[in-house]
Each structure stands twice: as structure tokens, then as C-alpha cells.
Design a protein around this ligand. Structure first.
Ligand code: SAH
Length: 383
């Protein structure tokens, strides 16, 4: 039997926990139009305030409720007491020689994630993370070596866009520095489906960033059931990390292939395009010397992609500490590309950007609290 004083302490603790939980301000970043309408309804307020709030936060970058002048004063006060517009903190900003920016953003629980901005002549692309670490164990990727901590919330995903937009404007990049978003940072976006879809809906919403769905690209290693769902729920542009044309090789590079092998994955790609004849899928193919870069591999790739409107991005392998692969020779990449082009496939070799600050594809590695202990295990095998 617990003593009455123990019981009393327990009850007090519980009451305090409930008080903190109930009174903790709600972060409104990441709530889409409908979730915000529900939130205002819970305050006994009209739905149209959702529209006002979205415009203030995402179009004007205002995060202080007291500046939202078309909201009535008493509502501004209620919001200041009960809600926040909280963004991640910037813990490091790096500038590459080629103009690429990489930020390390610190989240409220101590995990850090990386976000990259890639300026080009006709566009500015932001590469966003969807998870702290990654559950997949692709053998050539730096994020994989960090292990996995957790999924990001919708607020932490869209927060990267909000914060990068603000930082770039402060640097003088003009009115609309970010024209494109790619979900190609840390993590597998389709293994954090709900939060990623909510965040992408905010990117597309005219009241928010208003990006067209051609300018928002989700990249996946091939989570087939979620690809089918995505084409129904939020049909943005799709990129697929193919990387090999034979299951035995792809099993090694992208172990998810053991669950969803190449023919199953390509079936999902065909279904994804079924409802929209104007679109095509981008296939990413990392060039690894002696592994997947022969002319025969190119032949097989041509036959695999027959009938799938596609664009192929050849990615020169970016070195990752502890990873044994080496990048294909320039001539091998050119030969591979020519073979695809001569079969009518649109193929580009992705220019490596930001390599001097480890911001290139597959080099993102934040600072995650690795709950899988994978990073420690890998460190042992390397030394
Ligand atoms: N998990 C998703 C999102 C990551 S996107 C996916 O797999 O698509 C990051 C892209 O960079 C993927 O195509 C990934 O396979 C590729 N990549 C990973 N490591 C790389 C490296 N070291 N060099 C070049 N590309 C790499």
C-alpha cells in the first residue's frame, strides 16, 4: 500500500503534468487550411481566420500575432496566450563556392536536420528533410549511416521552407527566392506519409506558398503502397531512386528492394502516371564505378523504362566517409548517358552542387539522436 504522502506527491505530479499539457501553447506551423479552421472553431471563432493566418505566416512571413492587424485585438491576445508560430533554430549556416547554402536546423528536442538551397539561373530549389536520420540502409548514403531518430512533424517540415525563405530574403535574394521544393533531404518521405502530405498541401495552397505541383517533387526509394496513395492524395511530381537495373545489385544498394523489387516498383510508377498523361517520372541513378555503370546496364535500363514517360538524372556518386564505392569515370557516365539519349530517353547528368560543404546528394547528415545505434555499429566496422 503506498503511503498517503506518496499518493499525494503522485497526484500533485499528475496535476502539474496535465496543467503543462493543457496550457502548452499550440504551434500553428504545419496546420493546413482545414486543421486551422478546426483550431479556430475550438476557440469559438469563425473559419475565415484560417485564411488570414495562412497569409500572414506563409505569404508575409509574420510570426508575431500582435502584427496580424486584420485580426481583432482580443483574438490577437488569445492567440498570443494559447498559440505560437514556432520555427526551428538555425545552428549553422554554410555557403558553398557555387552559391549553394546549407543550414543545420535544431529542433525542439535536440535533433538537428539539414536543409539545402540550390540557386540556379532560372530557379531556386530548396531541398527539405522529412525525418531525423533515415530508416532505410542504402549502402552508399551518408544519412543512412546516422541511423534513425524520428519522423519530423508537418510543422518541422514546412518550417524548413518558412525559415529558409526568411533567411534568403534577409540576405537579399529578392521577393521569391524559392521557386521549387524537392523532398530529397534526410529521410524517406513516404515513411512519414501523413506529415509530409500535410506539409506539401501547405506548399501548394494558394493562401500559403502557392507552388504548382510541377515544382514540388517527392523523391522515394520505392515505398510502393505509399506511392499509390500519394497519386490519390497529393499528386506532386515524383522522383524514384532506381540506381540499378538488376534486383541482385539493387538489393545491395537499396535494401528496400527486397520488399518491393524492380518490376513491382516500375508497376507503381506506371500506375502513378495513369491519370495524368502530361507527366513523367524522374529516375535517379547514382553512378558507381564497376557496379551499375556498364553499357549493358544502360541497355537494360532502356528496356525497363519502355512505356514509362521518364526523365533520367544520372548522379555522380558523392563520396561518403566509410563508404567503399567510387564514382564512375566521366567517360563512363557520358557513354551511359549517350546510350540512353540515343534511345530517346531525356537524360541529364546532375551537376554536383555544394560538395565543398557536404551539401550534395547523399551527404546530408544533421546530428540525430540515433535510436537504432546504427552509427555506433558502423563506426566499429570501419575502424
Ligand atoms: N529517401 C529518398 C529521399 C532521399 S533523396 C530517396 O531515396 O529517394 C536523396 C537522393 O540522393 C537519392 O536519390 C539518394 O539515393 C541519392 N544519394 C544518396 N547518397 C548519395 C551519394 N553518396 N551520392 C550521390 N547520390 C546519393
Amino acid at each position: 500500500m503506498p503511503s498517503s504522502s506518496t499518493t499525494l506527491t503522485f497526484v500533485r505530479g499528475l496535476t502539474e503534468a496535465v496543467r503543462i499539457f493543457v496550457s502548452a501553447p499550440k504551434n500553428l506551423v504545419g496546420l493546413d487550411r482545414f486543421a486551422l479552421q478546426d483550431y479556430f472553431a475550438s476557440l469559438g471563432e469563425k473559419a475565415f481566420h484560417a485564411r488570414q493566418l495562412l497569409q500572414w505566416v506563409y505569404q508575409r512571413g509574420v510570426t508575431d500575432f500582435s502584427e496580424m492587424t486584420d485580426l481583432r485585438l482580443s483574438l490577437r491576445q488569445t492567440l498570443s496566450e494559447q498559440a505560437v508560430i514556432a520555427l526551428p533554430e538555425v545552428s549553422r549556416a554554410q555557403h558553398s563556392e557555387d552559391g549553394t547554402r546549407k543550414w543545420l536546423f535544431r529542433l525542439a528536442d535536440g535533433n538537428s536536420i539539414e536543409t539545402v538551397f540550390i540557386p540556379e539561373e532560372d530557379r531556386g530549389t530548396l531541398c527539405i528533410s522529412s525525418q531525423a536520420g533515415c530508416m532505410l540502409t542504402c549502402s552508399f548514403c551518408a544519412t543512412a549511416r546516422q541511423g534513425f531518430s524520428r519522423n519530423l512533424s508537418a510543422g518541422e517540415i514546412i518550417g524548413q521552407l518558412l525559415l529558409a525563405d526568411r533567411l534568403l530574403k534577409q540576405e537579399g535574394w529578392g521577393e521569391r527566392p524559392i521557386s521549387n521544393v524537392v523532398m530529397m533531404g534526410m529521410g524517406e518521405p513516404l515513411l512519414n506519409y501523413d506529415a509530409v502530405v500535410s506539409a506539401m498541401r501547405l506548399m501548394l495552397d494558394d493562401l500559403s506558398f502557392g507552388l504548382s505541383r510541377r515544382r514540388v517533387t517527392l523523391s522515394t526509394a520505392g515505398v510502393v503502397p505509399a506511392m499509390d496513395k500519394l497519386s490519390e492524395d497529393c499528386p506532386v511530381s515524383l522522383a524514384v531512386s532506381l540506381h540499378a537495373v538488376r534486383d541482385a545489385v539493387r538489393d545491395e544498394l537499396v535494401p528496400l528492394n527486397r520488399k518491393y523489387p524492380i518490376d513491382v516498383l516500375l508497376g507503381a510508377c506506371r500506375r502513378f502516371l495513369r491519370n495524368d498523361s502530361r507527366r513523367r517520372i524522374t529516375f535517379e541513378y547514382v553512378m558507381l564505378s564497376g557496379i551499375n555503370d556498364s553499357e549493358e546496364d544502360a541497355e537494360v535500363l532502356v528496356s525497363l523504362l519502355r512505356g514509362i514517360p521518364s526523365k533520367i538524372n544520372l548522379i555522380p556518386f558523392n563520396p561518403v566517409p566509410g563508404v567503399k564505392y567510387i564514382c564512375s569515370e566521366t567517360e563512363a557516365i557520358d557513354r551511359f548517358r549517350q546510350r540512353l539519349i540515343s534511345s530517346g530517353l531525356t537524360t541529364i547528368t546532375r551537376r554536383t552542387r555544394g560538395a565543398d560543404i557536404a551539401a550534395a546528394c547523399g551527404q546530408l547528415a544533421g546530428a540525430v539522436q540515433d535510436r537504432t545505434h546504427r552509427s555506433a555499429k558502423l563506426a566499429k566496422t570501419v575502424t
